[in-house]
Ligand binder design. Structure first.
Ligand SMILES: NC(=O)c1ccc[n+]([C@@H]2O[C@H](COP(=O)([O-])OP(=O)(O)OC[C@H]3O[C@@H](n4cnc5c(N)ncnc54)[C@H](OP(=O)(O)O)[C@@H]3O)[C@@H](O)[C@H]2O)c1
Length: 234
């Protein structure tokens, strides 16, 4: 079975549909029931919060056997669309929410599912280009996700399980920004790429399907940037 957290919308939804179309057994999660209701035939949807112990237990109750792949898309930047925190308490709450949503959710989900993974299984965590730019608390939280993937790859490698992090730049057609970007902002982000194009969920699908496949058997512990050249490593 393949588990796609945050599979009700955006990148996760596109990955879940692609896996389902390949004939895989797929389970998706998300906190809101509404997006999960549109999961479509052949996909098991579980409403749960992957950043909480109870949430991951609920998910696990619906995983009948072994796990071939985990794609952890759950996450986001809770600061988007909110006023800046105006007290130390509000600052601490935003920081905790951001770390919980991105890093804690990854750690709890992996910890719950790792015992069910068999040799050949593949874990794909989602980071972000924001880690390179230090965006608010979201960038640091995503940097932590990429770092977590490194240690996890070393820990699970001896069991034949691979772990990688995919760090996208701007991807359109998701709920990440809570609504459509202005045309000006979208053009700005597009202009930052070397290819002068906007990333789409399908771009993340292609890379993720490769990382899940046996052809990626020597690829683990990596942070793979998916951004049309908006950020390069050399
Ligand atoms: N779109 C971009 O430009 C972009 C760029 C870089 C990185 N990313 C990363 O890519 C991943 C996928 O995001 P997306 O772009 O597809 O945006 P999205 O449409 O907002 O997808 C995120 C999904 O995760 C779910 N989710 C969030 N927190 C959760 C939790 N604690 N437990 C369970 N589900 C949770 C959300 O549903 P609920 O709210 O109902 O839980 C939503 O379905 C995220 O990790 C995001 O940070 C996106």
């Amino acid at each position: 079975m393949y588990i796609v957290t945050g599979g009700g919308t955006g990148i996760g939804r596109a990955i879940a549909l692609a896996l389902r179309d390949q004939g895989r057994q797929v389970l998706i999660t998300g906190r809101r029931p509404e997006p999960l209701a549109n999961a479509g035939p052949g996909i098991t949807a579980v409403a749960c919060d992957n950043a909480t112990p109870d949430g991951v237990r609920r998910m696990l109750d619906h995983v009948p056997g072994s796990v071939d792949g985990l794609i952890h898309c759950a996450g986001g930047n809770p600061a988007i669309g909110r006023p800046d925190p105006d007290s130390p308490e509000a600052e601490a709450a935003l920081l905790a929410e951001t770390v919980d949503g991105n890093l804690t959710s990854a750690a709890l989900t992996v910890t719950a599912l790792a015992p069910r993974m068999t040799a050949g299984a593949s874990v794909v965590l989602f980071g972000s280009i924001a880690a390179e730019h230090g965006v608010g608390y979201y960038g640091p939280a995503k940097a932590a996700v990429a770092s977590y993937a490194v240690g996890l790859a070393a820990r699970l490698g001896p069991r034949g399980i691979r772990v990688n992090c995919v760090s996208p730049g701007y991807i359109a057609d998701t709920e990440f920004f809570g609504g459509p970007l202005s045309r000006e902002r979208e053009q700005q982000l597009r202009a930052q790429t070397a290819l002068d194009r906007t990333g789409l969920p399908e771009d993340a699908v292609a890379l993720t399907l490769f990382l899940l496949s046996p052809e990626a058997r020597h690829l683990t512990g990596q942070n793979l940037h998916l951004n049309g050249g908006a950020f390069t490593t050399r």
